[in-house]
Design a protein around this ligand. Structure first.
Ligand code: MSP
Length: 647
């Protein structure tokens, strides 16, 4: 890869940031850090979206001017990014003079080329989404098709961008560029949207209705529609129209990272705008899923909004960063509760990694005079450890390239667990007692080398803790992952120091008391555990209700079904689980034909990590009862829509 340019959405400054915003920015930061660690020139842009009705409304509520509202709220984002160790190369605000003049230049150019025209418009407008809809976009209830809230009838003269001109081109582009919209099921969503005729895009707002925006250069009575202004940040932020060399260096973007709710603006509006401007398309637009609180949407009205600043302060920046990327399988929705956080922290960071670090460093300090020892001959145990470590390197490289960071982290944690097993197997404490220095040195060297590799691979995710660990191993904290394709780079004789306890175990009881004082409202499925049942499984194999609710069951409608070639038992199903479409591979072809299953409402496990079955991605699992060889689908005894929770 030559250059890596990654962007986040620019965030509205009507409110303070929550974990949804923190997630996209963390993801971009981690990808940027990995690319820098692979020696790829990298540019990472984030910023704030400061115009439009939402911001104007928030300013009124706070008795401020819109600019004061922006200036106050932007600091909340900047402070959070500082706290979370975000390494963006620039921060763009759409109220920056530079950005405003580029937007005006683009508008003037499109107007001069008749790609923007004036016309009378009638439609319905959703204030929270800042989107117009025509009657054909909506059901009879006139509710917003995006958010489900009420809309207002509007008739006015406005300026339109000839977006409709590009419909056929866009369909063809998406079909011929399979990596353009990721994951691929999101490309299908956009293609679904493009089945209806694509209308021209209203890109103006009369100042009489909304004055907080960039003035149209050809009509001072209007300001620019906030989305048209905002999307331009991705090019104005890297020198488009002002610094040709900089723009040529970074464009096309490698990834626009977005949440799934802003798919249409990024995969329809933005590509058509770029096409009209004769600018190359970004390489990929990646839409991640949503963080849910338990199983409900995060919203101010339910009071369940999680503040990332609180999480980082309570549990540390690095554990919070690690949790966010390891827990969410990229592309899917994911559930956040403090219990899930603590469980993962205690198991991955305190038990597995923390434990291994502390054992290895203490043994080296005690038995090798705090110096990396000279290893002796390798045995099978070292070969196994080395294989796990090098597999983690190559899997992490794959994961970075294929946007599967959670899987890359799984591979690193597998290597850490291999390290703990290696200790059990080789028992260096016994070797020390038996006075077998050569073997002991080999074991301690191998443990330290594993830490060298693991800390390098985890640096982009946990920069602070891994810097501490690497410094205590006498290593540079600036890592170059390209160096880790082989085992044994650590130099014997290097002095080490004790890093102390990097990830002290979280006492669930204490943290519950603290979070009861401070914690935002948790999902109905969590936070009710008594201390007695905090162990999720007892000796009789019974599980607690909390354990059960970790599995998210949902109703789903089967939209399409086909046989998987070369696999007698498998059907490939396209299902609707309410707010999204998924593909699952199910082993039911001997009990159901594709025709029989299409249209059925079934029950699926919605939060299962996606897996490849016969090379095809499966994003969930359906429930069926087995009677000898015959499978019978679990269905419901009433006509129920897809997307409901079951349990
Ligand atoms: N200003 C627009 C983006 C313009 S980009 C040219 C915007 N801003 S936003 O502040 O409302 O949202 C920014 C991002 O946060 C979106 O990608 C959105 O999906 C994401 N999230 C908001 N809530 C979220 C979760 N609960 N979970 C994960 N991300 C979510 O949209």
């Amino acid at each position: 890869m030559n250059n890596f340019y990654v962007t986040t959405p620019i965030y509205y400054v009507n409110d303070k940031p929550h974990i949804g915003h923190a997630y996209t920015t963390l993801l971009a930061d981690i990808l940027a850090r990995y690319h820098r660690a692979l020696d790829v020139p990298t540019f990472f842009l984030t910023g704030t979206d400061e115009h439009g009705q939402k911001v104007e409304k928030a300013a009124k509520e706070h008795n401020m001017t819109p600019q004061e509202q922006c200036d106050t709220t932007v600091t909340r984002f900047k402070e959070l990014w500082d706290k979370l160790e975000i390494t963006n190369d620039d921060f763009i605000r759409t109220t920056d003079q530079h950005h405003k003049s580029i937007v005006q230049k683009i508008l003037q150019d499109l107007y001069d080329r008749d790609l923007i025209y004036k016309a009378e418009y009638s439609g319905r407008y959703c204030v929270p989404c800042e989107r117009f809809f025509t009657e054909k976009d909506m059901d009879d209830d006139a509710l917003c098709p995006e958010c489900g809230r009420g809309t207002d009838e509007i008739v006015e003269s406005n300026y339109f961008f000839r977006m409709g001109n590009y419909q056929e081109w866009l369909i063809d582009y998406i079909k011929t560029h399979p990596d353009f919209i990721q994951p691929s099921f999101r490309a299908n969503e956009t293609l679904g949207f493009l089945k209806k005729p694509l209308a021209d895009l209203c890109i103006s707002r009369p100042k009489s209705r909304l004055s907080w925006g960039i003035e149209l250069p050809f009509d001072a009575d209007y300001v620019c529609y906030v989305w048209f202004d905002a999307l331009v940040n991705y090019i104005s932020g890297i020198g488009y129209g002002s610094d040709d060399a900089k723009f040529a260096k970074w464009w096309p973007a490698s990834y626009h990272l977005i949440g799934k709710d802003i798919l249409t603006t990024h995969t329809v509006y933005w590509p058509t705008m770029l096409k009209a401007m004769n600018i190359e398309m970004p390489e990929a637009i990646f839409a991640h899923g949503w963080w849910l609180i338990g199983d409900s949407k995060m919203s101010k009205s339910t009071g369940n909004v999680v503040n990332p600043m609180d999480m980082a302060e309570r549990y540390g920046v690095d554990p919070f960063r690690y949790f966010m990327v390891s827990e969410m399988s990229l592309g899917q929705d994911c559930s956040f509760t403090e219990e899930i956080f603590i469980t993962r922290y205690n198991s991955d960071l305190a038990n597995d990694l923390g434990n291994f670090v502390s054992r290895a460093m203490k043994m080296i300090a005690r038995n090798s005079n705090s110096k990396i020892p000279q290893p002796g001959p390798e045995t099978d145990a070292e070969v196994e450890l080395k294989t796990a470590a090098l597999a983690a390197v190559s899997k992490m490289r794959d994961a970075i390239e294929n946007m599967k960071l959670d899987r890359g982290l799984d591979a690193v944690m597998n290597a850490v667990r291999a390290g703990n097993r290696y200790f059990e197997q080789t028992a260096p404490w016994k070797l020390a007692k038996d006075e077998n220095p050569e073997r002991l040195n080999t074991v301690l060297y191998s443990a330290a080398e594993l830490l060298n590799i693991v800390s390098a691979l985890l640096s982009p995710v946990m920069p602070l803790k891994m810097c501490e660990l690497r410094n205590s191993l006498g290593l540079d904290s600036n890592v170059n992952i390209n160096q880790f394709n082989e085992w044994g780079t650590l130099k014997p004789g290097t002095e080490i120091s004790d890093p102390g306890s990097l990830f002290p175990r979280i006492d669930t009881k204490k943290s519950k008391e603290q979070s009861n004082k401070k914690q935002p409202q948790q999902s109905k499925n969590s936070g009710k555990k008594s201390d007695k049942d905090s162990k999720s499984e007892n000796s009789a194999g019974l599980i607690t209700i909390d354990k059960f609710f970790e599995t998210k069951l949902k109703t789903a409608k089967v939209l399409e079904a086909e046989k998987v070639e070369g696999a007698d038992k498998l059907l490939k199903l396209q299902i609707d689980i309410g707010n999204e479409k998924r593909q699952i591979i199910a082993g039911i072809a001997e009990s159901y034909t594709p025709e029989e299953i299409v249209g059925k409402i079934i029950i699926v496990v919605a939060n299962l990590q996606p897996a490849k079955i016969r090379g095809i991605e499966s994003q969930g699992m359906l429930l069926a009862a087995k009677n000898k060889k015959r499978l019978t689908l679990v269905t419901l005894d009433a006509d129920i829509p897809p997307g409901l929770s079951v349990g």
